[in-house]
Design a protein around this ligand. Structure first.
Ligand code: AMP
Length: 191
């Protein structure tokens, strides 16, 4: 199974990705986590990325594409993967299509989780109390939601046009949402 998990910050992508990784026995790749690891390791890439992350802006496309091009070639991705937080722009989506074509792979589905802005702000402020993330504060949260609307939301139509989009409500309990996703994927992958 090769999946993308799409949706605004705070919608629960990371939580659901953990559960879907176990269910489908596939690798969970979160670009936010990969970038935070680079920052923690003090690499040049991490230092560069941090200036964007702390402002709630997207890290430049080419950095993400180079990082994911390398990562998707690892043997642990052969059995399938779940991309969480990537792609986030149309150029990243087009780049991903190219990377997968060279690997002779194709996506099975793009799951888009949805929730309204007030709910997302509420959840992210709560998360900020314990996450230790420098970008979980109100000013940066608002910026990240605006960036999502302007740069990432166009991917919904992009993947709908490709027939890959599966939209699922991100409201409810964690197990309810997981079940909703798995049921929707069962239908999508039968078609
Ligand atoms: P996340 O953990 O997915 O919320 O990502 C945290 C931050 O990392 C984002 O606000 C961006 O600054 C950066 N980031 C993560 N993934 C991407 C991506 N695909 N493209 C650009 N920036 C990204």
């Amino acid at each position: 199974m090769r999946l993308i998990l799409l949706g605004p910050p705070g919608v629960g992508k990371g939580t659901q990705a953990q559960r879907l990784q176990d269910h489908y026995a596939i690798v969970h790749l979160s670009t936010g986590e990969l970038l935070r690891d680079e920052i923690a390791d003090g690499t040049d890439l991490g230092l560069h990325a941090k200036s964007f992350i702390d402002q709630g802006l997207l890290v430049p496309d080419q950095i993400l594409l180079d990082m994911m091009n390398g990562r998707l070639q690892h043997t642990d991705c052969e059995a399938g993967f779940l991309l969480d937080g990537f792609p986030r722009t149309i150029p990243q989506a087009e780049g991903l299509t190219g990377i997968l074509a060279t690997l002779d792979q194709a996506l099975n589905a793009v799951v888009c989780l949805t929730a309204d802005r007030e709910e997302l702000i509420h959840r992210l402020l709560l998360r900020g109390k314990t996450s230790g993330r420098t970008d979980d504060n109100l000013a940066v949260i608002r910026q990240r939601l605006d960036v999502y609307r302007q740069q990432t939301e166009p991917l919904i139509d992009y993947y709908r046009a490709n027939g890959l989009l599966v939209e699922v409500s991100g409201l409810g309990t964690i197990p309810e949402i997981t079940e909703r996703i798995i049921n929707a994927l069962d239908i999508q992958c039968l078609e």
